[in-house]
Design a protein around this ligand. Structure first.
Ligand code: AMP
Ligand code: ZN
Length: 136
């Protein structure tokens, strides 16, 4: 189902033009308007899901296949040296558009971008406590 007021629904379904790299029955892959690097793309499912939590298992199972296909193409054509896949869910995680999207960010040696976090520290006991909290 599409969501009426969702811009990525409109883009994914071709109602708003975009720089499309790939399209099939389930997805459209477009160039990001504010690219972190040359070739920064977004994989948009045509079905609306706000985020990973709402995404159907069927769509989830297909999205990495598309990413792999487009990544191979970028490696061949753009000669990127690496690739970050980034996927934000919820405001706290930096999501600004509430329609699931997977960022594909080609990386180039010394491209000056930083897609990082600050590593924390913890003990084996603390890890075990968290593990139990999640699986328990
Ligand atoms: P996020 O912060 O993960 O929700 O990412 C949203 C991304 O969508 C940002 O990288 C924006 O630059 C990009 N974006 C927003 N509107 C458009 C648009 N109309 N076409 C292409 N990219 C867009
Ligand atoms: Zn949508």
């Amino acid at each position: 189902m599409k969501k009426e007021d969702c811009i990525f629904c409109k883009i994914a379904n071709g109602e708003i033009p975009s720089k499309t790299l790939y399209e099939d029955g389930d997805f459209r892959v477009i160039l990001d308007l504010g690219p972190a690097t040359k070739g920064h793309a977004l994989i948009l499912p045509k079905e609306h899901a706000a985020d990973l939590f709402e995404l159907s298992e069927e769509t989830a199972s297909k999205v990495l296949v598309v990413a792999r296909r487009v990544a191979a193409r970028m490696a061949e054509k753009l000669h990127c040296d690496g690739m970050n896949l980034v996927q934000n869910n919820g405001k706290a995680a930096g999501q600004t558009v509430p329609h699931f999207h997977l960022h594909m960010i080609p990386r180039y040696q010394d491209d000056g971008q930083q897609i990082n976090w600050v590593p924390g520290e913890c003990t084996q006991e603390e890890l075990e406590t968290v593990r139990r909290e999640i699986v328990g």
